[in-house]
Design a protein around this ligand. Structure first.
Ligand SMILES: [Zn+2]
Length: 542
């Protein structure tokens, strides 16, 4: 035998040798969906230093890798970790510490819960709540603050609508921030009856109270982030794209990740304020293992439920009203130029057809043609079909929340009428423009569960399975599309596709174990799918 041949043979034998390589962990006895675009599945995978070493058949992986940590998936299904493309991670955690008004059935119900919260928290000055939705009440009308003024003459109260775009405040709260009822607020509304404020505020009038929301101290924010993380891991999320954070909150997240307390990956969009942009103009983008900051979140208009969404033609249920534009075109252009100059992605909240047209136009003016800057329109809810092509023309990614479709379904047509509703929540149409969609929930506006995103996208039903047959099922996504939207397309929309979004050798080992296969389930099974385990960087976090 020649010497060269002997060496070659020996090294070949060694490579194939039993337990010849070290792994931190081996996942086996699984149906691992790689989502690599070819429908590839594996039975096992080896992980080291937080990344996937190799995927393959059961015996190949178990024979090749020595490890102290074997995870037997018991024949269950493994998918890449779920990514929420648009949510408010910190906001969700902070909300958990506030008065919860979700599911209230009437204004009287809201008042009862507020009284109970006030009694239980005698030392809290501001009574802040969130979650009411007049569309859920028998009397589907905005409340006024008469009862709040009587109940709380000396304590400021602020109760936000579920979408955060409207709020009812008492007189004490108005006095506290020195709000002048005779002064107009750009991009905001202060409802009045016979010249007197009713305490109902919309969009930028709510933002006047931002300083009150931002008051949370570090201790409060820390516990909020940990609480949010715990809940998110339990539903299979391994990365969240937080749509609008201030510098202080981003730095706290960075600190907690460095300490090891916060393991969640965060794609933080910077809130649109001069001080934050000035900061990042100095420091540049952040690209760390678990934190990425390279985008700005901007508000184009308000929300449809509170009639703040900016429409081209008046609301079908309020004929003199077009909604609200939250900033001037000059401002949008200024931010777009800033983003372009600093290599940041611009992500703008656009719900109404007019807001979508306006921002697509502004983006186009700066981007000029196709590009790889991955600027996004957040929500893209009501589109004029003739603006649809602009997404492709300027390579703009639509970022949508399927649960909005099924939550808004019962009243959305009241707002926009039978014509415009045809191109609302039209995910199939939006998908065609760029070949991908970022899927999210906008939690806490909606629930945090990505499996409900899947059900809303594929079956167009809400958590109660309604409506029967699905809401405008012609706009549904396929199961494969919805899964891509919750994983690899979200990774692309957040510039992390080299590390996340699929299960392939070399990528970070973020994955989720489910008891049923989402690619095979029918409606009945889809209601029953459960997350059994969640891993981030090869570490079991749920
Ligand atoms: Zn949002």
């Amino acid at each position: 035998m020649s010497k060269t041949f002997t060496i070659l043979l020996c090294s070949l034998l060694l490579a194939g040798c039993y337990h010849s390589q070290e792994a931190d962990m081996v996942v086996h006895n699984a149906i691992i969906h790689s989502l690599d675009g070819n429908g590839t599945t594996y039975q096992a995978m080896a992980i080291r230093d937080g990344r996937i070493l190799e995927l393959g058949p059961e015996r190949q992986i178990l024979n090749r890798y020595a490890t102290d940590d074997k995870f037997d998936a018991a024949g269950q299904v493994v998918y890449p970790g779920f990514i929420d493309g648009h949510c408010h991670f910190l906001g969700y955690g902070l909300n958990k510490q506030k008065l919860d008004l979700l599911g209230t059935t009437s204004w009287e119900d809201v008042l009862e819960r507020t009284k109970a919260f006030a009694n239980a928290n005698p030392d809290t000055e501001w009574l802040i709540g969130r979650g009411w939705d007049q569309n859920d009440w028998a009397l589907k009308e905005y409340p006024n603050n008469a009862a709040l003024n009587a109940l709380f003459p000396d304590r400021p109260v602020l109760l936000q609508r579920v979408d955060g775009h409207a709020a009812v405040v008492n007189q004490k709260a108005l006095d506290q921030v020195g709000m002048d009822p005779d002064k107009a607020i750009e991009g905001g509304l202060m409802m009045k009856v016979e010249g007197k404020p009713t305490g109902l505020l919309v969009d930028n009038a709510v933002s006047v109270f931002q300083q009150i929301f931002d008051q949370a101290d570090e201790k409060t924010k820390r516990s909020a982030l940990l609480r949010a993380q715990e809940d998110c891991f339990a539903v299979g999320l391994t990365m969240v794209c937080d749509a609008g954070l201030d510098v202080g909150s981003i730095e706290l997240i960075q600190k907690m990740q460095a300490e090891g307390a916060l393991k969640m990956r965060v794609y933080a969009m910077v809130a649109d304020a001069k001080e934050h942009l000035d900061h990042f103009a100095q420091t540049g983008a952040i690209e760390e293992d678990r934190l990425i900051v390279r985008s700005v979140k901007v508000y184009g208009d308000g929300a449809l439920g509170s009639r703040g969404a900016l429409l081209k033609a008046p609301y079908s249920d309020q004929h003199d009203h077009y909604g609200l534009q939250l900033s001037s075109r000059e401002h949008f252009l200024e931010i777009a130029d800033w983003c372009n100059e600093h290599g940041f992605q611009m992500n703008t909240h656009c719900i109404g057809d007019s807001a979508n047209a306006l921002l697509l136009g502004v983006y186009g003016e700066v981007l000029k043609g196709t590009n790889d800057k991955r600027w996004r329109i957040e929500h893209a809810q009501v589109l004029d079909p003739k603006d649809m092509a602009l997404f492709g023309k300027f390579s703009i990614i639509p970022s949508v929340q399927p649960t909005h479709a099924t939550s808004d379904g019962p009243w959305a047509e009241d707002r926009v009428g039978p014509e415009r509703i045809q191109h609302a929540y039209a995910y199939d149409e939006l998908l065609k423009t760029m070949g991908l969609l970022a899927l999210g929930t906008d939690f806490p506006v909606e629930g945090i569960d990505p499996l409900q995103t899947f059900r809303s996208a594929v079956f167009r039903i809400d958590a109660d399975g309604k409506p029967v047959g699905g809401y405008h099922p012609e706009h549904a996504l396929t199961a494969a599309q919805a899964l891509n939207g919750m994983t690899i397309w979200n990774a692309i929309a957040s510039f992390t596709e080299n590390d996340l979004g699929t299960l392939e050798a070399g990528k970070k080992a973020d994955f989720v174990v489910l008891d049923r296969d989402l690619l095979k389930v029918d409606l009945q099974h889809a209601m029953k799918v459960r997350v059994k385990a969640t891993f981030v960087g090869g570490e079991k976090v749920f």
